[in-house]
Design a protein around this ligand. Structure first.
Ligand SMILES: [Zn+2]
Length: 112
């Protein structure tokens, strides 16, 4: 199992089990080379700690995973725009000097 999962895989733990060819599947592993493995309930139960420990990222539910992917994609597509004047961080309200905030889609963000 660990040989095929390799290093730096993503573990997605389902909120509700799904059924695949008659087997109860409670999680899936996405390897760094793009393969998907489904983890059966017993396998998960017996290896939960190790599965989590070896994972690069653990998501609870498909929705959480998809949200994270969506954000990553958005960050990649959007060119990073930095402020050329003093701005106010939309998150913490701090005044940020030029060049130190990025526009994150909502507004200027200081990295707080
Ligand atoms: Zn801030």
């Amino acid at each position: 199992m660990w040989e095929k999962f390799g290093e730096g895989y993503t573990l997605i733990i389902y909120k509700r089990p799904s059924v695949r060819s008659g087997q109860k599947v409670v999680a899936e592993v996405r390897t760094s080379n793009g393969k998907v493995y489904y983890v059966r309930e017993e396998t998960f139960r017996d290896n939960e700690k190790e599965l989590k420990r070896r994972a690069k990222k653990v998501y609870h539910g498909k929705a959480e995973y998809e949200r994270a992917l969506y954000w990553e994609l958005k960050q990649e597509i959007r060119p990073k725009r930095t402020n050329d004047r003093w701005v106010v961080c939309w998150e913490c309200g701090r005044k940020v000097p030029p060049g130190q905030a990025v526009h994150d889609g909502f507004g200027w963000y200081c990295g707080c």
